[in-house]
Design a protein around this ligand. Structure first.
Ligand code: FES
Ligand code: FES
Length: 206
């Protein structure tokens, strides 16, 4: 069975006819040539396919496209385009400055997740690492919080230490901006669309 759907992909409406079993990931990569979300495991286990779906991070390999007709899909390449001057998103710059990748295969998913968790924490959504469930003004992203919230994104290269540093840098900048005291030396996280162990590497696709 087929269905005609429209997805708002990185700010652009894209209409296509899909088999109703088509995932968002396959629609993006195979039908729309949007290849920044990577297919690693295709089973929801590696996070390489993470996108922001109506502002919330989601494993696009587990998500049926037909269930999200009209939805906004932001990929890591769309995050860059989301800034007024077309510069890299601050989370992307933090990854560069902290050298938070090696081969880069997991990086688009890591970046989408990082943008997502910064907004989730700011909105007060707790994780299992959250100690103060009554915290006002959002939850501070400690290293433990970052590790817990990013734990669905695996990195075969083991770049985790620098990934944590990059997310911390972007989160601190976002917190400073929300508090009205932006540090000009620290990249500021622009508004995102709404807002541990070494893994076995899944099969790789370009
Ligand atoms: S490809 Fe989606 S979680 Fe691995
Ligand atoms: S940087 Fe290579 S998989 Fe993460």
């Amino acid at each position: 069975m087929e269905a005609r759907i429209t997805l708002q992909v990185d700010g652009e409406p894209r209409t296509l006819t899909v088999d109703t079993r088509t995932t968002v990931l396959d629609a993006l990569r195979d039908r729309l040539d949007v290849t920044s979300p990577k297919k690693g495991c295709d089973h929801g286990q590696c996070g390489a396919c993470t996108v922001l779906l109506d502002g919330r991070r989601a494993n696009s390999c587990l998500t049926l496209a037909v269930a999200h007709d009209g939805a906004e899909v932001i990929t890591s390449e769309g995050l860059a385009g989301g800034t007024p001057d077309g510069e890299l998103h601050p989370v992307q710059r933090a990854f560069l400055e902290q050298d938070a990748f090696q081969c880069g295969y997991c990086t688009p998913g890591q970046i989408c997740s990082a943008a997502g968790i910064i907004e989730e924490a700011a909105a007060g959504h707790p994780s299992t690492a959250t100690e103060d469930l009554q915290a006002e003004g959002g939850i501070d992203l400690s290293d433990a919080e970052i590790r817990e919230r990013m734990s669905g994104n695996l990195c075969r290269c083991g770049a985790y230490v620098n990934i944590v540093a990059a997310v911390r840098q972007a989160a601190e900048a976002a917190a400073a901006r929300r508090g009205g005291t932006p540090d000009p030396e620290v990249p500021v996280v622009a508004d995102s669309p709404t807002a541990e162990s070494m893994p076995e590497h899944p099969e790789e696709r370009a």
